[in-house]
Design a protein around this ligand. Structure first.
Ligand code: SF4
Length: 314
């Protein structure tokens, strides 16, 4: 079993993404209402080597040797804010020395005002920072940031990073019903997008069950409204399209646990990623349910499965 590597999971933007989770759960500079992982246990902006970087790399390289999954991208994400790991730049460089698989970093963007982080992320292939609000009161409502972080600081850091980063730079905006879904806020976000100048702006809403159950999705019409205001760079993230493939030499149960420990998935997604018929997946899920280590939750008519976290929060 692997501790820091998960997936490959179906990503609506990246295809089959092999995740690296470089932080113990759950350390972040935000505590977003929509977070799939659950409430932030340690809200901080302190960078340190929370887990030895070489341990993570050893596991990753072992995984790449041992398995035969299709992997489109290696993604730093997981159960916290990856830029808080002080070895992030070192790990990205080492991965790029060993493999041609593109490296992506999903970040909330809150620490890009730090020059050292901009320099470390420069060597990644894809960086996807977030910006969910510009007005301070809405920013607090949606992201519950560390006290030292303001929207101006986030926008400044994201704009500075654009100037030195030549890879794919996609800004993510996530809209939550009754939180940041006001037209006046959309216009402010559109102004910030001009300053940041990303390659694309990906519009998203709550798709998977948030860990604390606090956030609700908006209708696609809201995302279309925001898309019109931002203009041609904006796109609505499409649902994951299933492509069938692969196998691997872990058991089906191991693979399911690996995937569902990190993020909730639907039956269709599990079947597509693991290349296993839905009936077999259903039986394995029943087994996990029987052992009382898995929960299921319905969002927008779709059932998502997830492994329970040890402390009982999902
Ligand atoms: S969604 Fe991302 S940024 Fe927000 S609390 Fe969760 S891990 Fe942190």
């Amino acid at each position: 079993m692997y501790r820091y590597i998960f997936g490959p999971v179906p990503s609506r933007r990246l295809g089959y993404s092999l995740g690296i989770d470089p932080l113990p759960s759950k350390i972040c500079s935000y505590d977003c209402v929509y977070c799939e992982v659950g409430r932030t246990i340690q809200k901080t902006i302190e960078r340190k080597e929370y887990v030895p970087a070489d341990l993570i790399l050893d596991e990753l390289f072992r995984f790449l040797e041992e398995t035969r999954f299709r992997i489109d991208v290696i993604t730093f994400s997981g159960s916290g804010e990856p830029t808080l790991h002080s070895g992030l730049g070192y790990m990205i460089s080492k991965i790029k020395e060993r493999t041609d698989i593109p490296v992506a970093v999903l970040t909330n963007g809150s620490l890009l005002w730090l020059d050292e982080i901009r320099q470390e992320l420069k060597v990644a292939d894809i960086v996807i920072p977030s910006l969910d609000a510009v007005s301070p009161e809405i920013f607090i409502k949606v992201n519950h940031p560390h006290l030292s972080i303001t929207p101006d600081k986030v926008i400044e850091g994201e704009a500075k990073f654009r100037k030195i980063f030549n890879g794919k730079y996609w800004l993510e905006v996530l809209i939550v019903k009754n939180v940041n879904d006001k037209e006046s806020e959309y216009r402010k976000i559109a102004e910030a997008v001009k300053l940041i100048n990303p390659d694309k702006v990906q519009l998203n809403t709550v798709v998977r069950p948030p860990g604390s159950g606090r956030a609700e999705p908006v209708d696609v019409k809201e995302l279309e409204k925001l898309q019109l205001i931002i203009g041609e760079k904006a796109e609505i993230i499409p649902p994951f399209e299933a492509k069938s493939e692969k196998g691997g030499n872990l058991t089906l149960l191991d693979n399911l646990i690996n995937m569902l420990e990190i993020r909730p998935c639907t039956l269709d997604e599990l079947s597509a990623v693991l290349g296993v018929e839905k009936e077999s997946i259903k039986m394995a899920l029943e087994g996990l349910k029987y052992k009382n280590i898995m929960i299921e939750k319905e969002v927008n008519g779709e059932v998502f499965y997830k492994i329970k976290r040890k402390e009982g929060v999902v």
